[in-house]
Write a protein that binds this ligand. Structure first.
Ligand SMILES: [Zn+2]
Ligand SMILES: [Zn+2]
Length: 217
């Protein structure tokens, strides 16, 4: 699987490009201020982007949606519980003293039991609230028709879980007990070797966080 990560100041939020090396189909995840770098990665790999997927609607994860839809003409996906937050992105910017442009409306809300595909990969969407009401984890599996064991269970977790830390719960709609339940009951069901790509910071694994994350003892 093609996997590119980009992050820029001030938020150093990770944006992702995932692509199928066979069909060149791909998805763009959480375009923020890094959107130009993500679009360059799309071009570099000659990918056709079929969807713009959002892990949640905090402004650092969505300020590049308008530019991404202009360039890619791909539909935007979000969990419906975060749509209020998404539509308030300009006000979110004001909270940080930032001028943010309004973003185009979401095209689709995630539906449980309806995986999204790009080439020979499949993304299952899990609702993982707590950091915000509509946070999701995108779990990418290699296609069972192919033999790609190293690509199994790649987790894109947004701001739910970080290397050695967890998402903040002091923003509107956040709740610590809900967040811990999402991590324990959704993320920790995945095997230890599952790579975890967080919304900020370094890549980790489920096993490493299960063993050593101080917030989950
Ligand atoms: Zn966030
Ligand atoms: Zn974030």
């Amino acid at each position: 699987m093609i996997l590119e990560i980009r992050a820029v100041p001030p938020f150093m939020k990770n944006g992702f490009v995932l692509g199928c090396e066979t069909t060149r189909e791909g998805v763009l995840i959480d375009p923020g201020d890094d959107v130009d770098l993500l679009l360059a990665a799309v071009d570099q790999h000659s990918l056709e982007i079929g969807a713009i997927l959002l892990t949640h609607a905090h402004l650092d994860h969505v300020t590049g949606v308008a530019a991404a839809t202009r360039a890619l003409e791909a539909p935007v996906w979000l969990h419906k519980a975060d749509n209020v937050l998404y539509e308030a992105v300009v006000q979110q910017g004001l909270m940080f003293g930032l001028k943010v442009e309004p973003q185009p409306p979401v095209d689709h809300f995630y539906e449980e039991g309806h995986p999204l595909r790009f080439g020979r990969y499949e993304i299952t969407v899990f609702h993982t609230p707590g950091h915000c009401p509509g946070g999701v984890c995108l779990a990418v599996n290699g296609d069972s028709r192919t033999d790609a064991p190293t690509e199994l269970r790649t987790l894109i977790v947004g701001d739910t879980l970080f290397e050695g830390s967890i998402g903040r719960t002091d923003l509107p709609g956040g709740d610590l007990e809900t967040l811990l339940r999402s991590i324990r009951e959704v993320l920790f069901r995945f095997p230890d070797d599952s790579p975890v790509y967080s919304g900020h910071g370094a890549v980790t694994t489920i096993g490493r966080e299960r063993r050593s994350n101080p917030f989950l003892r």
